[in-house]
Write a protein that binds this ligand. Structure first.
Ligand SMILES: *Cc1c(COP(=O)(O)O)cnc(C)c1O
Length: 231
């Protein structure tokens, strides 16, 4: 866990306003409605104190990438703010599915059949019913999570038709060394081709580009909470 020195001079409320206005600007330029774009504030490696200032500023959608860190930080916050929506944006091991569904409202990283099957079983068992996104490894990067594009069609069929998972969209993290725009355009195209609603794409360095190319969800950490400490 990061150290939790109380910091009431942080810039989180101001940063949130800045990010939201950049989203609005990019949306307006693209002829889109800014309110149709969800901002996931990615709070991994950041303290409950910093997260609280985002909550006090009215923000309710957050992202985390590790189950254990989420279990340590979030139950007390969810008690105070029951309308929080928590997105899992990191890879999920099948043996953590039960814990993940107990705390997350949205799983953005469904990326392989074994995981999809484990989520379907846990939905049946627990009644927890998260929205699911399929993560697509658009750059075919071997070290990264995400289903490869050539396997996407079959995987969507498995998730939707065989397992009846609530798949609402696609998510991607483009290769960090390349221009993201073509990847964003491709994710949007795949989202529409498969009749899905949501495209989760864009992070601190490129969320405005993602909005231009049709993101409905952007995931922003550093621009809101500052640099992450190692934990
Ligand atoms: C950490 C993370 C983000 C946020 O990254 P920033 O560059 O800090 O905005 C977004 N998406 C995923 C999947 C992440 O792991």
């Amino acid at each position: 866990m990061p150290n939790s020195t109380y910091d009431n001079n942080n810039n989180v409320p101001e940063n949130l306003l800045t990010v939201k206005s950049r989203i609005s600007e990019a949306a307006n330029k693209a002829g889109r409605i800014p309110e149709n774009i969800k901002l996931v504030a990615v709070s991994k490696n950041h303290t409950v104190e910093l997260i609280s200032s985002a909550l006090l500023a009215g923000h309710r959608i957050f992202g985390e990438n590790r189950i254990q860190e989420t279990q340590l930080k979030w139950p007390v916050l969810i008690d105070q703010y029951p309308d929080i929506s928590l997105h899992l944006v990191g890879s999920l091991q099948t043996n953590k599915v039960k814990d993940a569904l107990a705390i997350f409202d949205v799983i953005e990283t469904v990326d392989r059949p074994k995981l999809a099957q484990a989520i379907a079983r846990e939905i049946d068992r627990s009644g927890n019913y998260p929205e699911c996104y399929i993560e697509v490894n658009l750059g075919n990067e071997s070290q990264k999570g995400g289903i490869f594009p050539e396997e996407l069609e079959g995987f969507i069929a498995l998730c939707r038709d065989d397992l009846a998972l609530p798949i609402c969209g696609l998510m991607c993290i483009p290769p960090s060394s390349e221009e993201p725009a073509p990847y964003f355009a491709l994710l949007k195209k795949l989202t529409l081709r498969h009749g899905l609603l949501e495209s989760s794409m864009g992070m601190s360095r490129d969320y405005d580009v993602a909005v231009t190319f049709g993101a409905t969800v952007v995931r922003v950490g550093t621009e809101i909470f500052g640099e992450r400490n190692a934990i």
